[in-house]
Design a protein around this ligand. Structure first.
Ligand code: 6LW
Length: 502
């Protein structure tokens, strides 16, 4: 049921928490759709729907077939799917994206953004990353990429016309990227990110009377940055603009929430935030980006709370579940043992970039996960993963449970305990590290087992800073899930719930 916000009420930012970077948004009538980058994970490009820009529901993953998404094993983590742009034009949805490590830029179309999406149209004439699509009045499609350069594109065939030409490269910050070109009123606006996707990140804009320039830089650039501030949301950039049906404007963008002492570690990856936008003298002015935003003027459409438990009683996994590079049915299936998720290790381990892993993004700074595993024919468990060199896990098999930590080149067994044969509930609780000295980390991860009476016995507590982007590098965030280490393991259910600070 839609609800009318009352005066002074607020909504929570980030609007899509957890590893959901590089948001691109479009509106069709009363419906908004939004996509994000997905890097080495399969299926790729989560697609979200909203009626109010505040409450978002994942309705699918655009790239859910191997013919659409190839993520080769020799491709490093944090390569793969970068920075999609989603647009609606000519009665259909268009999605353009870079697959770093495979064929570069590719384009997909769909009539329903929940899918199915088309096979990829390759774009050999479009170089670089962060492709954008915009159509001018005579129907010409302009594709703009990081750098910033632009080329005419036939989106139906993927053919380009001429060589890409430089348009505007920002105000001098490093890595001018994330371009989006829009016709708004009498101008064409080129919105970009600069300064790199770390603490210096910012959003700048330029305008022109034509889509090809020359572009005039906004005197107020950057129009959004949190660099050199103590703001709890940092690295703000990579934005996209959208107009609401009432004529007002909003920006979606990425930001991070670093925790702990200096230099601050963010563990959930880059998240999707919302900010208000007004127009002054034909320039966009971004309002304050806060963790509690003033509620918009329109009715809110709260989405039902996500169920805590996934019972794996459907043949298809929910779109929130992601795997590494591929998810072949012979290694991951709900059909082998009814009501259970079965994983076959096939000689792959969590230290490799194609581990047999099914996980979901950690979306809350304080949360807990549990899973019931039957390790009768192998070993496997519950892992919190940043990448193949940065993960913690609790593993069951051979009558014991072990906690492991992998940090860079080092791997160590942290704790172990015998358990009775048969299924066992493994768990992790994640909570902020109590404040202390300056170098206190952002959080602590406690791994343990649930006893038959329902109590939780912690076996090992590990500092969270080593599973942060500041330590591991890259563009992703934590993913929590199930894996097979050897042989075959079965999972009856998986619980994930946000918790409040203890
Ligand atoms: C993306 C670039 C960026 O291609 O990070 O923050 C890169 N912006 O625009 C990967 O997400």
């Amino acid at each position: 049921m839609p609800t009318q916000p009352t005066a002074g009420s607020t909504v929570t930012n980030p609007v899509i928490p957890g590893f959901h970077p590089d948001p691109s948004v479009c509106r069709v009538g009363d419906d908004y759709y939004l996509v994000c980058s997905s890097f080495e994970y399969f299926p790729g490009i989560p697609v979200f729907h909203s009626r109010d820009l505040v409450n978002w529901t994942q309705i699918g993953n655009a790239l859910d077939r191997p013919s659409q998404l190839r993520l080769p094993r020799d491709m490093p983590s944090s390569a793969g799917i970068y920075a999609p742009t989603l647009r609606h034009h000519d009665g259909r949805f268009w999605l353009i994206v870079t697959n770093v490590g495979d064929h570069g830029n590719v384009l997909f179309t769909a009539t329903d953004p929940a899918g199915p999406w088309s096979e990829p149209v390759r774009l050999p004439g479009v170089p670089g990353i962060d492709p954008d699509l915009a159509w001018d009045e005579d129907g010409t499609c302009w594709c703009t990429v990081a750098g910033i350069s632009q080329v005419r594109l036939d989106p139906y065939t993927g053919k380009t016309d001429g060589e890409p030409e430089r348009t505007w490269s920002g105000t001098g910050g490093q890595a001018p990227e994330a371009p989006h070109l829009y016709r708004i009123g009498d101008y064409w606006y080129l919105l970009i990110a600069e300064g790199g996707t770390e603490r210096g990140h910012c959003v700048s804009v330029a305008r022109s009377r034509t889509p090809t320039g020359p572009f005039e830089s906004c005197p107020a650039n950057p129009i959004l940055t949190h660099r050199s501030t103590g703001h709890p949301v940092q690295n703000t950039g990579h934005a996209d603009l959208v107009q609401a049906p009432d004529g007002s404007w909003r920006m979606v963008l990425l930001g991070v929430r670093p925790g702990g002492g200096t230099p601050g570690w963010h563990v959930l990856g880059r998240e999707t935030f919302l900010a208000p936008v007004e127009w002054v003298d034909d320039w966009p002015v971004v309002g304050e980006l806060t963790l509690d935003l003033p509620a918009p003027a329109w009715p809110l459409h709260p989405t039902p709370a996500e169920p805590v438990r996934d019972d794996f009683d459907q043949a298809e996994l929910h779109p929130r579940w992601i795997s590494l590079r591929e998810r072949p049915a012979h290694l991951c299936t709900t059909e082998e043992r009814s009501g259970w998720l079965t994983l076959h290790a096939a000689g792959r381990s969590l230290d490799e970039n194609d581990a047999v892993f099914v996980g979901r993004r950690q979306q809350h700074l304080v949360c807990r996960a549990r899973t019931l595993i039957d390790p009768a024919q192998g070993r496997g468990g519950l892992a919190v993963r940043l990448d193949e060199q940065h993960h913690y896990e609790i593993e069951a098999g051979d009558g014991e449970v072990k906690v492991f930590a992998r940090i860079g080149p080092l791997r160590t067994e942290v704790a172990s305990r015998p358990v009775a044969a048969g299924p066992v509930v493994l768990g992790v609780g994640i909570a902020p590290q109590p404040p202390g000295e300056a170098r206190t980390g952002p959080d602590v991860l406690s791994f343990g087992v649930e006893e038959p009476d329902g109590t939780f016995t912690a076996l090992g507590a590990l500092e969270g800073r080593y599973l942060s982007t500041e330590v591991a590098g890259g563009f992703t965030g934590r993913v929590i899930g199930m894996y097979a280490a050897t042989g075959t393991v079965h999972f009856d259910w998986f619980d994930y719930r946000a918790e409040t600070t203890p």
